[in-house]
Design a protein around this ligand. Structure first.
Ligand SMILES: *[C@@H]1O[C@H](CO)[C@@H](O)[C@H](O)[C@H]1NC(C)=O
Ligand SMILES: *[C@@H]1O[C@H](CO)[C@@H](O)[C@H](O)[C@H]1NC(C)=O
Ligand SMILES: *[C@@H]1O[C@H](CO)[C@@H](O)[C@H](O)[C@H]1NC(C)=O
Length: 626
């Protein structure tokens, strides 16, 4: 091995990942976690991505803030013309060919990169792999591990004729590319000629880029540098991978390249699966540790630490302020979705936030709301996996493409309710938003009712918040009313109440339920202090929620106060309603009720907020902080 060779301890390692589509960002995040776990060097990731993955990656890295990690994103669409002419029947489609064109988009100053598939798990420091570049012979340009199956021997099926390869061929799941040398060898021309020649006698590639690269190596064997096989232990079936290591501790990279993924047969699969699952569930926030031996600094870190020092522990709002300073790691579009409002300028997105304990509401809510949904979820890394299988197991949710799930990873002690609302709101793609809470079920048909309402109410001429009246039930099994008439009779019977009728009537009193009973047209109401309605607003008009309010208390009241300060007209919709379903009280409410400190801080935050509003909007209103 290469123990004698050493890296400069701050040498940057460059990694290329082709990451296209929402699904790929999930697997990429797990490979990256495994790399970060073992690394001791600065890393620079180069992503080849489409616009969907780009948004996710940018957001993830900006919020993850791992020290000494940089990233660059290259548009995969730029590569499509170069590679799409190669027919492929691999499941990855044209994306599987992108690696062929890397030289066209990577910057010319870049000398060498490690190119990594997203179905890889690292079990050792990538620096050891980077060191292999020093072992390359003078003309070697691509470092690869041999394919550990008999595929390229052509003996697997009777009439099967694979692409030409040296012996068993090579696997491109881990590929060391000496870019400088590949440029000298005129790589781009080389692979094109090989592909053109081979496609004269066969219809397509079976294994995408891997077939073409093997074809090139067959033609020009001097290019290849053979890597020890433990750098890419391939867990496909028919595999020889078990011959490649004597002890599992030798293994440095595991490649889940079987279509069966985690269910593959291998003597040590339990061991591999555990390794994979531990990275899947590992708290990514813990990977923010710095490399103190590399002393170049980045501005981002100083901002965070200076905030820490300013807040005194005696401050009644210490906990709030510390949480407020957290930059929550965020993985947008965790599950694939592709909603584009099709030129419908009156479309409405339902916006809400939740944590694991409300997950079962998502099904019921989406059953009653067929329109687009933008949800922010506050989860740990381990809960994210449970959430994923929940969605994949639900027939309803699996079939919906218009629900966007944005994951915000847990950190600190308070529930960042308004931060979550803002994330869900920002990511909504429609012009109008319905700002609601996860434990309310919309009436059947609310989506089309709201779309019609926003058309007739001329939000073009004055800014409006359309109020959807809220009700509640104490019953776990509710015969959900199918119409306003049914709802009214249930109110009379006492199976339903107006929302928080017993403990906080002022929260919804301005809705004027008495008038609503008989109303057939929308009516304007006056905002009052403590009003916290559920509203439909225009995305470009609505202010953000104030993220200082965390946990329980005043998080929505503050927002409706700001709407009032901004001169929104509150207009109640006569034929719309939502019903709150019962649930156990949240931990945050319990905290509020128990802690004097918490209430004291909340009072300070309110006073502050009201002062700021007065200044910002020149809004003069009488409000006594209770
Ligand atoms: C993304 O994953 C889901 C299941 O998890 C699957 O149904 C869908 O086809 C995948 N999308 C792509 C483009 O592979
Ligand atoms: C080698 O051949 C197998 C077919 O058994 C194929 O699935 C795989 O993608 C090829 N490459 C590797 C790494 O095994
Ligand atoms: C840190 O960097 C500065 C200059 O950038 C250098 O003078 C100093 O020796 C470095 N310290 C260590 C411990 O490497």
């Amino acid at each position: 091995m290469c123990q004698t060779e050493k890296l400069d301890e701050c040498e940057v390692i460059h990694v290329v990942i082709v990451c296209v589509g929402h699904n790929a960002t999930r697997s990429a995040a797990t490979v990256i976690k495994s790399m970060l776990f073992y690394r001791r060097q600065p890393l620079h990731f180069h992503f080849v991505s489409d616009s969907a993955a780009k948004v996710v990656i940018e957001n993830l890295f900006q919020s993850w803030k791992v020290p000494k990690v940089q990233y660059t994103i290259y548009q995969s669409s730029r590569l499509i013309p170069s590679v799409s002419w190669v027919p492929t029947n691999h499941y990855s489609g044209v994306n599987g060919l992108m690696k062929l064109g890397l030289l066209e988009i990577l910057p010319s100053w870049l000398q060498q990169v490690i190119c990594v598939d997203t179905d890889i798990t690292f079990a050792d420091d990538i620096a050891r792999l980077w060191l292999r570049f020093k072992e390359f012979g003078p003309r070697e340009a691509i470092g690869l591990v041999e394919n550990q199956s008999d595929w390229y021997l052509g003996t697997l099926f009777k009439t099967f004729k694979p692409w030409p390869a040296l012996g068993r061929g090579f696997n491109t799941g881990i590929m060391l590319m000496n870019l400088a040398r590949l440029r000298l060898e005129n790589w781009d021309q080389m692979w094109r000629q090989t592909a053109e020649r081979e496609l004269l006698v066969r219809l397509s590639t079976n294994l995408a880029d891997q077939d073409v690269i093997n074809g090139v190596i067959h033609q020009s064997p001097h290019l290849v540098h053979r890597l020890p096989c433990f750098w890419n232990v391939q867990l496909s079936d028919n595999t020889l991978s078990e011959e490649c290591y004597t002890s599992v501790s030798d293994i440095k990279v595991i490649h889940w390249n079987s279509p069966k993924k985690l269910k593959v047969k291998n003597k040590h699969v339990e061991h591999f699966r555990n390794l994979y699952l531990s990275f899947l569930e590992y708290d990514g926030n813990l990977l923010r540790r710095d490399l103190f031996h590399c002393n170049f600094t980045e501005e981002q870190e100083t901002a965070q630490s200076s905030l820490e020092t300013v807040i005194s522990e005696d401050d009644p709002c210490f906990e709030f302020k510390r949480s407020r300073a957290i930059k929550y790691r965020t993985h947008l579009y965790y599950v694939e979705s592709d909603y584009e409002p099709i030129r419908d300028k009156y479309d409405v997105t339902l916006v809400a936030q939740l944590s694991m304990d409300r997950l079962q509401m998502v099904d019921a809510l989406c059953a009653n709301w067929e329109g687009p949904v933008s949800l922010a979820l506050y989860l740990s890394d381990a809960e994210a996996q449970q959430f994923l299988s929940y969605v994949q197991d639900s027939h309803l949710l699996r079939s919906r493409r218009n629900i966007a799930y944005h994951l915000v990873y847990k950190e600190g002690t308070l529930y960042p309710v308004n931060f979550l609302r803002n994330i869900a709101m920002e990511q909504a793609r429609t012009r109008y938003l319905f700002l609601t809470d996860i434990d309310f079920l919309p009436m059947i048909g609310l989506y089309s009712t709201l779309k019609k309402a926003v058309q007739t109410l001329k939000t073009e001429t004055s800014i409006k918040a359309l109020v959807v009246p809220a009700f509640e039930t104490q019953r776990y099994r509710l015969n959900f009313p199918k119409s306003k008439a049914e709802l009214l009779s249930m109110l009379d019977l006492g199976t339903l109440f107006t929302f928080r009728y017993h403990d906080w009537p002022q929260g919804h009193a301005p809705t004027n339920y008495a008038r609503w009973r008989t109303a057939t047209t929308p009516y304007k109401i006056q905002w009052e202090a403590d009003f916290e309605p559920y509203v439909v607003v225009r995305k470009d008009q609505v202010p953000k929620f104030d993220a200082s309010f965390q946990g329980f208390g005043w998080n929505k009241v503050a927002h409706s106060m700001e709407l009032a300060a901004k001169n929104f007209d509150f207009v109640v919709l006569p034929n719309a309603f939502i019903i709150h379903l019962p649930h156990a009280p949240s931990l945050d409410i319990a905290k509020y009720r128990r802690s004097k400190q918490y209430r004291k801080c909340l009072k300070l935050l309110k006073a502050n907020f009201v002062e700021e509003l007065k200044v910002k909007y020149n809004f003069d209103f009488k409000y006594k902080i209770s």
